[in-house]
Design a protein around this ligand. Structure first.
Ligand SMILES: NC(=O)c1ccc[n+]([C@@H]2O[C@H](COP(=O)([O-])OP(=O)(O)OC[C@H]3O[C@@H](n4cnc5c(N)ncnc54)[C@H](O)[C@@H]3O)[C@@H](O)[C@H]2O)c1
Length: 249
């Protein structure tokens, strides 16, 4: 597995699901970590469990002040930030184009798209002091193809794909790499809540994936560890599908 000794990471949405799996994995690989999330109770409990090199910061990714405070506090605690994982996300409202409201669209935009932009914007100064770094943005398979009743989610996840490539090109001279990851179905609280809300089963999604199963959060966390680590030192601007073959078809 990859070496993350000396890495100072902020992982948004780190209190639950894929983010929590990343926090556990990165911690085991030697990174110092700030969990940035709005679920204080879960985030604090995870930080407490993992010890002194993991801390929790209440970070609503839509709020500039939260970003600035979380980055400053991380730098005070562990040194300049050299890994940012923009993982926090909203699942979208699962409505038809006709039924989706402007307010709903704007809310998903704020979390999934603006939140990723703000993270990249505010971390740059700290990464500059670190001499460079790796930004890994969690998009989705729905950031590579379209899906019915998912216009809000698809719009923002495609935006992450584009923002990651634009930033990768711009930031390469400063030794900052930027990549996006595109999971297929991952069995997490977000997915379970969504299926429950829709009264649906995961089976129709799973049957579309050649590997014919949902991913465990740990399998997706491995991809993030690779992109955060120096093992991927020549990889930037990549849209890395980890989707059981869904978008290969
Ligand atoms: N689970 C999947 O099948 C799947 C597939 C593709 C992409 N993704 C993406 O993976 C990421 C993680 O999703 P998950 O499935 O682990 O879901 P999850 O619900 O388990 O975790 C999401 C986390 O983001 C946090 N969050 C939400 N809004 C926030 C905000 N404004 N500021 C800070 N934190 C906020 C939540 O509190 C939660 O802890 C999301 O970006 C999601 O779109 C998930």
């Amino acid at each position: 597995m990859y070496d993350l000794q000396g890495k100072v990471a902020i992982i948004t949405g780190g209190a639950s699901g894929i983010g929590a799996a990343m926090v556990r994995l990165f911690s085991g690989l030697g990174a110092s970590i700030t969990i940035g999330d709005i679920q204080d109770h879960l985030g604090e409990a995870l930080a407490l469990e993992l010890g002194d090199k993991v801390r929790f910061s209440r970070l609503d990714v839509t709020q500039s002040e939260d970003w600035q405070r979380a980055i400053a506090d991380t730098e005070d605690a562990f040194g300049p930030v050299n890994v940012l994982v923009n993982n926090a996300g909203h699942p979208g409202y699962q409505r038809t184009v006709a039924d989706l409201t402007q307010e709903e669209f704007r809310h998903v935009f704020a979390v999934n798209q603006e939140g990723v932009f703000l993270g990249m914007k505010y971390v740059l100064a700290s990464m500059g002091r670190a001499g460079g770094g790796s930004i890994v943005n969690n998009s989705s398979a729905w950031g590579l193809v379209g899906a019915a009743n998912n216009l809000d989610y698809c719009a923002t996840k495609w935006a992450i794909t584009g923002m990651s490539k634009a930033a990768a090109v711009e930031l390469a001279p400063t030794n900052i790499r930027v990549n996006s990851v595109h999971p297929g179905l991952v069995l997490t609280p977000m997915v379970e809540a969504n299926l429950k809300m829709l009264g649906a089963s995961a089976e129709p999604f799973i049957s579309r994936m050649p590997l014919n199963r949902g991913a465990r959060p740990e399998e997706i966390a491995n991809v993030f560890a690779f992109l955060a680590s120096d093992a991927s030192s020549f990889v930037t601007g990549l849209a890395f599908a980890a989707d059981g073959g869904l978008t290969a078809q």
